[in-house]
Design a protein. Structure first.
Length: 327
């Protein structure tokens, strides 16, 4: 590892994240990034789709479903999509017991052992199933829960998935389809947790290219510097280039937060604002919103960073609108 000046760090970060125009396909890009984060908010597009658009331009979103459910080259776990070759790492995380939250999950499911057995039996005999297709066990006592309501079937499935007992094996519309993990996940090697954590941290560092370490910008040993083309694109709020807000400020002096949970009167910019990347610089932010009835993209506002020249955004906006209208 070596400390690098901010100008070089910017180029390394953009190149490592395949935002320099070198992205070569959906699977290759996911492998380079390490994972895609899932989120239901889609004022423009779901983040897993928008992150890929920022790198690939117009792409066929059905390809992601094929890689997940048909070819099984990607796997969904805990609201992230990973390359299937990372499953040994994920399985080590599924088995972990070293954090307080792991103990709470184990204790919660143990206290509802009959409920757990019923859910696994339903999936074994009738799966794959949607959550609503799994009936409550006759003896199960419903409990009020702030997020999950009384039934708590969704919570049980989430926790069983976290522990590697069930898996998401498909989707019907926006609803997840569940089945036993043993019927979905392929056989893999078993990794001890320390090795899995080391491998995961190494892959993440490689994908970022540069990390902020005790106030210094440090490059991955294999990170490559080089010119970055002057392409303009928009970034999802969940894009890993800007996900670490402290690193984003250190690299670009760009303060960014997602304001959709901020009351409208207190927002500095807008509900779902996207950073504008031009070459290796974050030059501004934009608030586009896609109307799925009219199939048109509306721009609610554009804000440029101090000292940055205003760019003509016609081409990337037209490309984004055309792609959204085709999905």
């Amino acid at each position: 590892m070596r400390e690098v000046p901010v100008e070089e760090a910017r180029r390394i970060a953009v190149r490592a994240q395949a935002l320099d125009g070198t992205a070569g396909g959906v699977l290759e890009t996911v492998r380079r990034l390490g994972f895609l984060q899932l989120d239901p908010i889609s004022s423009v597009a779901p983040p897993q789709h928008l992150v890929l658009w920022s790198r690939l331009g117009s792409w066929d979103t059905a390809e992601l479903d094929r890689l997940l459910w048909d070819e099984r080259k990607l796997v969904e776990w805990r609201a992230f999509l990973y390359p299937i070759e990372d499953l040994p790492i994920l399985r080590a995380f599924m088995r972990r017991r070293d954090r307080p939250i792991d103990r709470r999950v184990i204790d919660w499911t143990k206290a509802r052992a009959g409920y757990r057995r019923h859910v696994l039996k339903e999936l074994r005999e009738r799966g794959p199933l949607l959550s609503r297709e799994i009936a409550d066990a006759p003896s199960h006592r419903r409990e009020d829960h702030r997020w999950w309501g009384q039934r708590q079937m969704g919570l049980m499935l989430e926790l069983l998935a976290a522990r590697g007992e069930v898996a998401v094996v498909g989707r019907r519309g926006k609803q997840r389809v569940w089945d036993l993990a043993e019927r979905w996940y392929p056989e893999t090697e078993t990794l001890p947790l320390p090795k899995a954590r080391k491998l995961y941290d190494e892959k993440r560092f490689r994908a970022l290219g540069v990390r902020l370490q005790r106030g210094r910008l440090v490059a991955h040993p294999e990170a490559e510097d080089g010119p970055v083309s002057a392409r303009t694109t928009f970034l999802s709020p969940f894009d890993r280039l800007v996900h670490d807000r402290a690193r984003t400020e250190a690299l670009w002096d760009f303060f960014y937060r997602l304001e959709m949970y901020v009351p409208a009167a207190k927002r500095e910019y807008g509900y779902y604002v996207l950073p504008i990347l031009h070459g290796d610089r974050l030059v501004g932010r934009i608030e586009p919103a896609f109307d799925r009835k009219t199939r048109k993209l509306d721009v609610k506002g554009v804000w440029w960073e101090p000292g940055e020249k205003k760019l003509d955004l016609t081409e990337p906006l037209e490309e984004l609108e055309s792609w959204l209208a085709s999905t």
